[in-house]
Design a protein around this ligand. Structure first.
Ligand code: PEP
Ligand code: MG
Length: 325
């Protein structure tokens, strides 16, 4: 099957009519950086930082984090590296964190909720390390906040960033303010996308969680896997609403959920007007090839039809039909 794969392209790609689409890698640990480069990633669209905190007795200090972030930035001297702040909740055991058992951990104290609450110290340390790395690493850093549901949460996160910057200033430590944005992975954030786009440099749609919450179907539960599918028109409408919310602002809109890495969906995602797609490294060559073969006008027509579909089956039929043309 390897021979069916597209050639690796390390240059950025554009649609056949010339719109550049950034194709980036999702990375979950430093060992994956090399593979991302080898597959031709333009940068990192989602660096999950949970690995830094898992399987150890105490949290990583500022220095260890700083080095980890600089390493990632140095791997993409021409690109952008989107680092997501710690996204833990009651479903992952971390011995030194206070992780109470919750009845509904996916609806509980997770992501930014913890970072502004019980994990506030960890959040500050992580931001200090990130701001310092932004000044010293080769690539461009962007910092992304997970699980945001309210405008106040994002504003508080920005205030923390600003106060960390003020501290570094007063200590005469080198730092840079990175691009600052959030994941759109709660229905609330998708509905409020215009408010977020007015306050953030970017939005990145996390379709794994967004699908889970829009469809009320767990991401890991086989009994409801039919429902946990981003091709449901409800999820497509949430994506479209997010993109619409950012229209007319300077915020770019990406996607870093698994959906972004499905080569069969590239045309649809281009048609939905995403600026960036981030995925597991192995699918990058195929997605880059598909982007360069996509004509935006027909992609937008396809997207429009799927947004009018009544069911997932209708969406699938539209995508199949289009593949035959
Ligand atoms: C998502 O929710 O789509 C996402 C990219 O984040 P994670 O899979 O780490 O929850
Ligand atoms: Mg998520």
């Amino acid at each position: 099957a390897d021979s069916d794969r597209a050639e690796v392209r390390s240059d950025p790609v554009a649609t056949s009519d010339g719109k550049p689409i950034e194709v980036a890698a999702n990375v979950g640990q430093p060992a994956e950086l090399e593979g991302a480069t080898e597959q031709g990633a333009d940068g990192i669209g989602l660096y999950r930082t949970e690995f830094l905190f898992l399987e150890r007795e105490s949290p990583p200090d500022e220095e260890e984090q700083y080095e980890t972030y600089v390493e990632a930035l140095d791997a993409f001297p021409e690109g952008r590296v989107v680092v997501r702040t710690l996204d833990v909740g009651g479903d992952k055991p971390i011995p030194y964190l206070e992780l109470p058992e919750e009845e509904n951990p996916f609806l509980g104290d997770r992501g930014i909720r913890r970072s502004l609450g019980v994990d506030a110290d960890l959040f500050e340390t992580q931001l200090r390390a990130l701001l310092r790395a932004a000044a010293d690493g080769a690539g461009d850093l962007a910092v992304m906040i997970p699980m945001v549901a309210t405008v106040e949460e994002f504003e508080s996160a920005r205030e923390t960033l600003d106060s960390v910057a003020a501290d570094l200033d007063s200590e005469a430590v080198d730092y840079e303010i990175p691009e600052f944005g959030l994941m759109i992975e709660t229905p609330s954030a998708a509905f409020m996308a215009d408010e977020f786009a007015a306050r953030a440099e970017f939005l990145s749609i996390g379709t794994n969680d967004l699908t889970q919450y829009v469809m009320a179907a767990s991401r890991g539960n086989e009994r409801v896997s039919e429902l946990h599918d981003p091709q449901h028109p409800a999820v497509l409408r949430a994506i479209a609403r997010t993109v619409d919310g950012a229209e007319g602002t300077d915020a770019w809109v990406g996607m870093c959920g698994e959906m972004a890495g499905d080569p069969e969906l590239t045309e649809l995602l281009v048609g939905l007007s995403l600026d960036e797609l981030s995925m597991s490294a192995v699918t990058i060559p195929d997605v880059k090839a598909n982007v360069s073969e996509t004509d935006r006008e027909s992609a937008e027509k396809l997207a429009k039809r799927t947004l009018q579909a009544s069911t997932k089956r209708d969406v699938e039929r539209l995508l199949d039909g289009d593949a035959e043309n």
